[in-house]
Design a protein around this ligand. Structure first.
Ligand SMILES: CC(C)(COP(=O)(O)OP(=O)(O)OC[C@H]1O[C@@H](n2cnc3c(N)ncnc32)[C@H](O)[C@@H]1OP(=O)(O)O)[C@@H](O)C(=O)NCCC(=O)NCCS
Length: 386
């Protein structure tokens, strides 16, 4: 495999630089206003699987940065384990049509972006393209910040997206990393989802309503539609800027098999009587899940609360807390002590409920459905930070 896959345009290549290097010196690349699209493009070094080691130091620095942002989110995995896992993720990305682009000068790696095409993660919610470009990492060396290199790496994401014909883009960052949140907001990304984690400890029993909670039978699943759809509509109320949203039937069509599978595995909890359920919690237990493994240590099995919903007229009476406590008991009985839950960005009430049960906002995801479109329409980015 060639070391570098040079783009044809060659702006600002230093005379002394080796082939493929990009001049990102402060004298030629000026800091850009927030959201302004950079004019300079490549050439870049396209990393192949054999040369991923070149970005190792930058990844390790990023992992240290993640630890320093919010030490309370620890324990964290060691630097060695973090890189081992990240490298695997990059290998997988390259093997499935993704790309790692390295910006370098004089053979020194100044920054890189790793990205891959992937199925859009929330088809039950957003009426968006089926695929998006997932930015796995975008980082520049600390002494190269504010020189426009981040913007140029973002331009490389756009180039990759248009090359493969995908508009939507997705990125995640550690909760509390305001600098990252603002950077992506400047580029038109919107906060979309917050994943909260409770790792290595059972969900504590909150004092909730005294309501019977049972595992629901698979035959009850069709009745769950009337509990799920208000959640889908609630998403549209609390995060309207993230639309368009899918219609009710599409949303239910995506979730029905998920609810059925949960019920078959005894992971669908129902509050109140089967004939008139007051609320549900839908759980999943995945074995070998490794999407947190480059940052946080987990056991082999990781649970996820896929959905929690309480009938609108029964909210605020402790049923949500009772469902959460029952979910905790169920997971403990199955020996699972790591659990995550996601909430749409604007769902502050749910985030508060899960936080009160010891979950901590850990991973924030942002999307832009069309490159740059939000900036054009709104002028100033909405920099909601976590
Ligand atoms: C989130 C939800 C499941 C909580 O169920 P609930 O029975 O109302 O919750 P409880 O009465 O047990 O607990 C209320 C707690 O939830 C939080 N909360 C949830 N929604 C809230 C809201 N709209 N306003 C204020 N607090 C809210 C608060 O922390 C509150 O605790 P507090 O009363 O001690 O301050 C329910 O509001 C719901 O179905 N919401 C719509 C769907 C949803 O957002 N699901 C979660 C993501 S899938």
């Amino acid at each position: 495999m060639p070391l570098c896959d040079h783009a044809s345009s060659s702006p600002r290549v230093r005379g002394t630089a080796p082939p493929g290097a990009v001049d990102v010196g402060r004298q030629t690349v000026h800091p850009r206003a927030c959201g302004e699209r950079p004019s300079g493009r490549g050439p870049w070094c396209a990393g192949n699987a054999d040369e991923l080691g070149r970005v190792e130091e930058l990844w390790r620095a990023l992992h240290r940065h993640h630890r320093s942002i919010n030490p309370d989110l620890g324990p964290f995995v060691s630097d060695d384990l973090s890189w081992e896992q990240r490298r695997k993720a990059y290998d997988r990305a390259i093997a499935t049509g993704g790309r790692v682009l390295v910006a370098e000068r004089g053979g020194e790696v100044l920054g890189y972006v790793a990205m891959r095409p992937r199925r859009m993660a929330w088809p039950a919610t957003f009426d968006a393209e089926a695929q998006w470009v997932d930015i796995l990492t975008l980082v520049v060396r600390a002494d190269m910040r504010k020189a426009g290199l981040c913007n140029r790496l973002m331009a490389a994401v756009d180039d990759f997206s248009s090359e493969i014909g995908v508009n939507a883009q997705h990125v995640g960052h550690v909760a509390g990393d305001d600098r990252a949140a603002v950077f992506y907001a400047c580029h038109g990304f919107q906060p979309a989802w917050m994943t909260l984690l409770r790792l290595g400890a059972p969900i504590p029993s909150l004092v909730g309503a005294d309501v019977p909670i049972e595992t629901a039978d698979p035959v009850e699943v069709l009745g769950v539609r009337e509990l799920w759809l208000p959640v889908h509509r609630h998403h549209q109320v609390v995060s309207p800027e993230l639309g368009p949203f899918v219609d009710d039937d599409t949303s239910w069509g995506v979730f029905l098999p998920i609810f059925e599978a949960a019920a078959r595995r005894g992971l669908l909890l129902r509050a109140g009587p089967a004939a008139a359920p007051l609320g549900i919690a839908v759980l999943d237990i995945a074995v070998g899940r490794d999407d947190f493994a480059d940052t946080w240590p987990t056991g082999n099995a990781v649970a996820e609360i896929d959905v929690m919903a309480v009938r609108a007229d029964a909210r605020g009476r402790g049923i949500g807390k009772a469902l959460l406590a029952a979910a905790g008991r169920l997971l403990e009985a199955r020996g699972v002590s790591d659990c995550c839950v996601g909430a749409i960005a604007g769902n502050a009430g749910a985030i508060r409920l899960f936080s009160s049960a010891g979950f901590r906002p850990a991973w924030a995801e942002m999307v832009r459905w069309t490159p740059g479109s939000r900036l054009k329409s709104s002028g100033m980015p909405q920099a909601r930070t976590w």
